[in-house]
Design a protein around this ligand. Structure first.
Ligand code: HDE
Length: 713
């Protein structure tokens, strides 16, 4: 038996969560301090700073000319010239991490025989990549956009990819519309503007003429379009897949990931500012959390519909612009996904990972969802363009942990040498060669089919507003206001009156008051009467407020402690310990980076992580200002500090202040005494014994001022 088969068999029988990590070790090179530089052909290099040149005479003798002969210089430049591969046509900007997946028990065996979903003794290694859709690789993390949520499960039966998003529905119903959609949302072709934004004529023109997008547009314009963190987003498989059990029965299935920390978003003002202040906000957040041991976790759930109930609903269950309402199809929680290891090298892991919806394992299959069928073709095709035909088998991040043996041959960048005179089946030798599996092979479900060929969609695919209304109605009042403001922002960036007027017509088919509110702001014709009547129904699991963590938590939240010389260190340290014990991450922000001196006898001082100008309040979830007369006086004289406090207050984030800092806070935000919250509320539990005041997030009057507009409806 060849060593390839042997090593593959070994992997097959001993796969664990660390199996992929171990597998990657073969390809990891960790340079040591005294290693020599070499060329790619292995010759040691003693000078990598100076191109080979002719040294002449006189004062300019070192000025050249340079010699083409320098194979060391040439190789270095050639390799550099070819460093880039095509970026993904969509989802170009991403961040990823390693982790594992486990099911709680075998309850899903009534639906599937896939061990990854039924064997609770298994821990399956995973690699998860999050992404934005519109912007290029170098765009900002906090753009308003859909987020990709792509999971590669390295199972013992082969790789299984759920290539999902943070939103459960999509813009289009049929894959053939994808190029039109992507062209419309991407920067306009004549000037390549705008980057990382859907706020332009072409996007709104397209979705205005394509009402099947209405439901998805509601989600992207809601707070879901600007998540606080990848760790605080849901993940959805979006398309309808199928599960096959060992009795040969088939169920339709939707996949869900629910974040342990709850679903949270930025405010639009924060997202806009962070785009400039720290365009890497989300990728840094992911790494920071994992490195601090706050491993991101998601509960994994499925919704299933038996095959014979496919047509029991007033929507088509294969239509990716519809959700399966939880009231009709409850979620069953069956497992957990954890991310616990950052990548070692971005390009070889995050950039080269290649997800394909067509990667399924026995017991999991496709449905006739017309979007999914197109995706099954597209992903494989795109990976060949990006990475070449050998992307699955030999690129370490894509390589399965189980045996890969077949007669696929050649192509660019084939690495392993297969020692055999046979590369086809059937063959005369039949020894030491891969043969079709007698059992455990992928078996397609024997689906009965009959029909005629036609370019058409079913009747239920023609209804586009009912689920958009369901989503809108289910939002909390402040979520509705955020949504209306987001659409107003976007339509304000469309100069063409035809475009923004036509989108008001779409909105009027969802909700009359929403259409009127947006039209009034963007200068469109304000509708005088309702388009389609809003059915008024609400659903579970659509508003983010349905996903608060079971226990209030400040785990991994970033807290800025504002100090100047003369702060009370004893008190500050006590609060800091309380916060870090509750697993928040504290940063000291002061008038300079380095030592900040405390008030007399309260300690030996602390080292500030940043200068007041070096960070902004938008990068933190809360601020705390300790007591200390001298320090508070210095803060009060600093315009940037005043901006920090006012901006935090304006974004409705918790502010803790003690002693002299309470009056400072009251002055700065012009908060009358009666508005100060008593300690002990949701956000200030940890520090309540210090006489802390807090504005709870979403409680400030600025946000709730115009609620009645939507409540009237
Ligand atoms: Fe994608 N999509 N997509 N998409 N998609 C790609 O594949 C495509 C769709 C999604 O982190 C591309 O590797 C078509 C829905 C994610 O590497 C490409 C259609 C959903 C990622 C492609 C869709 C997604 C992609 C570009 C309509 C949510 C990033 C580069 C039929 C369920 C994966 C690449 C990563 C990437 C095609 C619609 C999610 C071109 C044709 C619906 C998360 O193949």
């Amino acid at each position: 038996m060849s060593s390839l088969v042997e090593s593959a068999k070994k992997a097959f029988t001993s796969a664990t969560a660390t199996e992929k990590v171990a597998d990657l070790q073969h390809d990891i090179q960790t340079p040591q301090a005294r290693d020599h530089l070499t060329t790619d052909h292995g010759v040691k290099v003693s000078d990598t700073d100076n191109w080979l040149k002719v040294i002449g005479t006189g004062p300019g003798k070192y000025n050249g000319p340079m010699l083409l002969e320098d194979q060391i210089g040439r190789e270095k430049i050639h390799r550099f010239d070819h460093e880039r591969i095509p970026e993904r046509v969509v989802h170009a900007r991403g961040a990823a991490a390693h982790g594992h997946f486990k099911v709680h028990d075998d309850r899903a065996s009534k639906y599937t025989y896939a061990p990854v979903l039924t064997d609770s003794l298994r821990t399956t290694p995973v690699f998860v990549r999050f992404s934005t859709v519109q912007g290029p690789r170098g765009s900002a993390d906090t753009a308003r956009d859909v987020r990709g949520f792509a999971v590669k499960f390295y199972t013992e039966e082969g790789n299984w990819d759920i290539v999902g998003n943070d939103i459960p529905v999509f813009f289009i119903q049929d894959a053939i519309k994808f190029p039109d959609f992507v062209h419309a949302v991407k920067p306009e072709p004549h000037n390549e503007v705008p980057t990382g934004q859907s706020a332009h004529n072409n996007f709104w023109d397209f979705v205005g003429l394509q009402p099947e997008s209405a439901h998805m547009v509601m989600w992207v314009m809601s707070d879901r379009g600007i998540p606080r963190s990848f760790r605080m987003m849901q993940g959805f498989g979006v398309n309808t897949y199928t599960l096959l059990n060992d009795r040969g029965e088939r169920h339709f299935v939707k996949f869900h990931f629910i974040p342990e920390l709850g679903v949270h978003s930025l405010l639009w003002d924060e997202a806009l500012k962070i785009s400039g202040q720290d365009p890497d906000f989300h990728r840094k957040d992911l790494n920071e959390a994992i490195e601090n041991g706050a491993y991101p976790r998601w509960r994994f759930a499925i919704q299933t519909i038996p095959e014979d109930r496919e047509h029991d609903f007033d929507f088509d269950i294969l239509d990716a612009t519809k959700v399966w309402p939880e009231e009709l199809v409850p979620l069953e929680e069956i497992g957990e996904l954890v991310l616990n290891r950052v990548v070692d090298e971005f390009f070889t892991e995050t950039e080269q990972v290649a997800f394909c919806t067509s990667h399924v394992v026995p017991g999991i299959g496709f449905s006739d969802d017309p979007l999914l069928q197109g995706r099954n073709f597209s992903y494989f095709d795109t990976q060949i363009t990006r990475l070449g035909v050998n992307f699955k088998r030999w690129l370490p991040i894509n390589r399965p942990i189980c045996p890969v043996l077949n007669h696929n041959r050649d192509g660019k960048a084939r690495h392993r040498i297969v020692k055999s005179s046979i590369n086809y089946w059937p063959n005369r030798k039949n020894i030491g060669m891969p043969v079709p599996a007698e059992k455990g092979g992928y078996i397609e479900y024997a689906q009965r089919l009959e029909g005629i060929k036609e370019r058409a969609r079913g009747d239920k695919f023609q209804e586009h507003f009912s689920h958009a209304q369901l989503f809108f109605n289910s939002l909390a009042s402040y979520e509705k206001i955020h949504l209306a403001n987001a659409i107003s922002f976007e339509l304000s960036h469309c100069e063409d009156r035809v475009v923004y007027n036509s989108y008001i017509d779409v909105l009027n088919n969802i909700d009359f008051f929403l259409a009127k509110s947006v039209a009034g702001k963007v200068g469109a014709d304000v509708p005088s009467q309702s388009g389609r009547r809003n059915h008024g129904k609400k659903g579970k699991g659509l508003s983010q407020t349905d996903f608060m963590p079971k226990e209030p938590t400040i785990l991994s939240r970033r807290i800025a402690i504002l100090v100047a010389d003369g702060f009370n260190e004893v008190e500050m340290q006590a609060v800091r310990v309380a916060l870090t014990t509750a697993k928040a991450v504290c940063y000291i922000i002061g008038p300079r980076r380095g030592r900040i001196h405390p008030s007399q006898d309260t300690g030996s001082g602390v080292s500030a992580d940043h200068h007041f100008e070096g960070q902004r309040s938008t990068l933190f979830d809360a601020i705390y200002i300790p007591s200390g007369a001298e320090h508070v006086k210095a803060l009060a004289q600093n315009g940037r500090v005043i901006h920090w406090v006012r901006e935090t207050f304006g974004h409705c984030k918790p502010i803790a202040a003690v002693g002299e800092a309470v009056d400072f806070l009251r002055d700065v935000v012009q908060l009358p005494k009666v508005d100060l919250f008593a300690p002990g509320g949701r956000n200030d539990q940890v520090v309540s014994s210090y006489g802390v005041v807090s504005t709870g997030r979403y409680s400030a009057s600025s946000i709730i001022a115009d609620l009645p507009k939507f409540e009237a409806d």
